[in-house]
Design a protein around this ligand. Structure first.
Ligand code: OTU
Length: 647
């Protein structure tokens, strides 16, 4: 890359102040290898490799020159406080802009509500221009540089990002990078026969390769569309469509596709977006005879995106959405030479599954086992922890993990599907089945947090004891995701206990997709009750606020702190030990409707003897007695003498 910086100086950087040019030079000198290593793996075999690298760097230089000065200042702040997103005060909230507040300017009106909850990170669900009609909840984008018209404009998005930032809230949006809508300009040109754009996608003249690939790939939406390919008569070709027919997988073996997506990424970063949720990253690279997920090149793509975006916008964070089993999940945060050099954040779907499994079983054995087996993540990364999201729950429990605690994987997954769809005798849950696959017997589950936790059934049957238990279950799940480490994400409506919403069936474009059952409209009328502790809404909201307040002042919850799932010698009580410079913390959580005991002997074996205080309510635990945990209660215990004075 001889003379690269000089060419940038003569090109996109030429109008910049000398100091800003120097700053770019420093970043390039320090980051060059991080840029080149993944790019070599991806495209190093091409004769035009050097020209592509140059083209990518010119694009980065251009984005750097165009970066507004307030965002360049933000970059410096982030570089100086690199752990900003790992700190205990971080609280995430996830919402559809329209369902939460109508429009993007509408969201600005609701910042006070978010602040009341303590939110510092707002993920607004897909908001870039989708295809008309069915669009998979916005995950079929036809223009990445336009905001969905009914939500506002790109200028509104930039204004919102700035307002949020001023209030201490970082904006996250989706970048659907694995596929585009078939109405995207690239796809339309491909359909019109343009060979340059046909190479943006994965197209096959006959069934030979599609048949070969289908031997080994997973079907993601078997009920919507069997198989992973779709035939288009107009071009007489089969197109790779992992998800819906209208979502065309991009061909990242073509560097032009990588360059386009990088440009989009930097464009969005320059609007003030601070975190990009990269959708379906596991699927970005295909290889025959594999499941075409989690390929080394998919990781190289993310590493290259990160290294390049950090030259222009080092404040930007990348969040991986890879809903895959544990061994495949952790590498999205970087391993080996790529440690700390891939995505900064990844969804902890295993924790989410383990928690629902423990709640159904009233046992924490499987959860403890799978969480213990999770490798530690790099120091400068964090999990996004969550109880529910806009998607279904797939029971990502491997045969091995189930066998490790004496369970049969298939039988346990079936039990969970039965339990959460209301089929298991005595269940408290009200969910629905999603994407039954008769070939594998796999059944995923839909339902809102409150409905899955028993609130819907208890209220309908007017069983007040059960209602109380359901409220406690909701708060227990949120307790754990707040205490596990990483950015806890509150899914809109969970803080008010919103139930399944079956009205989606009246909208033709949504009716076939039952995930809409747990994507409700924000119930602002219910929110009005949130300060009334006599109401169910008030109980949940205030319970959540108390947890959030406790989390913010418990510095030991910093994401960098090691969390060790620990046997409590009571199979109904989850134990998480956290060790850090901020002191030791023992989180205990009772996953049953009966009181449970933890012996003092066990606590002192783990080094928790002496006077302990529960950080959730400031209560001291009697020195010698065993510890009693109420139904669905959790404790955050710290040795009383280890508490920082000001806390
Ligand atoms: C994501 O999910 C989104 O979260 C979904 O809402 C979209 O429909 C989908 O991509 C397509 O854009 O398969 O069942 O292993 O689980 O990427 C949801 C990863 C999905 C997949 C995940 C995908």
């Amino acid at each position: 890359m001889e003379g690269m910086f000089e060419r940038l100086q003569a090109g996109p950087l030429r109008l910049m102040e000398p100091l800003d040019q120097e700053l770019f030079k420093i970043r390039w000198e320090q980051g060059a290898e991080d840029v080149l290593r993944p790019l070599r793996l991806l495209y190093g075999h091409r004769e035009d490799f050097g020209a592509w690298v140059e083209r990518l760097l010119l694009a980065v230089g251009k984005a750097y020159a165009a970066r507004p000065s307030d965002l360049r200042l933000l970059d410096l702040q982030r570089l100086h406080q690199a752990d900003w997103f790992q700190q205990a005060h971080m609280i995430g909230y996830v919402a559809y802009a329209d369902r939460f507040a109508g429009t993007l300017p509408g969201v600005r009106e609701k910042i006070d509500y978010l602040k009341e909850l303590g939110v510092t990170y707002l993920h607004l669900m897909p908001l870039l221009q989708p295809r008309p009609g069915a669009n998979d909840g916005g995950y079929a984008v036809m223009d990445y540089r336009q905001v969905r018209q009914d939500l506002g404009t790109m200028a509104d998005l930039a204004d919102l990002a700035a307002d949020l930032r001023q209030q201490g809230i970082s904006l996250c949006i989706d970048l659907v990078c694995n596929h585009t809508a078939k109405e995207h300009a690239w796809a339309r040109q491909a359909l019109a026969g343009d060979l340059v754009y046909q190479d943006y996608y994965l197209m096959f003249p006959d069934r030979t390769l599609p048949d070969a690939y289908e031997e080994t790939v997973r079907e993601i939406f078997p009920e919507f569309k069997p198989g992973s390919f779709t035939y288009y008569e107009q071009i007489d070709k089969w197109v790779w469509t992992t998800f819906n027919e209208f979502q065309w997988d991009l061909n990242y073996a073509n560097p032009a596709v990588f360059a386009e997506m990088l440009d989009i990424m930097l464009f969005l970063a320059n609007q003030g977006v601070e975190v990009l949720r990269l959708d379906a990253v596991a699927f970005m690279w295909k290889r025959l005879d594999t499941d075409c997920e989690n390929q080394p090149e998919a990781h190289a793509l993310l590493q290259a995106f990160r290294a390049l975006s950090r030259l222009a916008a080092p404040g930007l964070l990348l969040k991986a959405e890879a809903i895959v089993p544990p061994p495949q999940l952790v590498p999205y945060l970087g391993v080996g030479v790529a440690t700390d050099k891939e995505c900064e954040i990844a969804y902890h779907n295993i924790l989410m599954v383990a928690l629902w499994s423990a709640l159904a079983e009233r046992k924490v054995v499987l959860a403890t086992h799978v969480l213990q087996k999770m490798p530690r993540i790099p120091a400068r990364t964090a999990w996004a922890t969550y109880v529910r999201c806009h998607d279904d729950i797939g029971w990502a429990i491997t045969e091995d993990d189930a066998a490790g605690v004496g369970l049969d994987g298939f039988a346990h997954r079936s039990f969970l599907s039965d339990f959460y769809t209301g089929r298991f005798p005595g269940t408290f849950a009200r969910g629905t089945t999603f994407q039954f696959n008769p070939k594998t017997n796999d059944r995923r589950v839909n339902g809102s947090c409150a409905s899955l936790a028993g609130l819907e059934q208890a209220m309908e049957m007017e069983l007040w004891g059960e209602t109380e238990l359901a409220i406690r279950r909701i708060l227990l799940l949120y307790n754990i995701i707040l205490a596990y480490g990483g950015i806890p994400l509150i899914y809109m409506g969970d803080e008010l206990g919103l139930l399944n919403d079956r009205r989606y069936v009246d909208e033709p474009s949504r009716a076939p997709d039952s995930r809409w059952i747990h994507r409700p409209m924000m119930a602002w009328d219910r929110a009005a009750d949130r300060h009334d502790g006599q109401t169910i809404t008030g109980r949940i909201f205030q319970g959540m606020c108390q947890l959030i307040t406790a989390r913010k002042r418990t510095l030991a919850l910093h994401a960098r702190t090691a969390v060790t799932p620990t046997w409590t010698h009571n199979d109904h009580v989850l134990g998480l030990v956290r060790e850090s410079a901020y002191g030791r913390l023992f989180i205990l959580a009772n996953f049953t409707e009966k009181p449970q005991m933890i012996s003092r002997v066990r606590l002192s074996e783990l080094g928790f003897d002496g006077l302990l205080v529960n950080r959730l309510n400031h209560q001291f635990m009697p020195m010698w007695d065993d510890i009693m945990i109420e139904p669905y209660q959790a404790l955050w215990l710290q040795p009383a003498d280890s508490l920082p004075k000001q806390a």
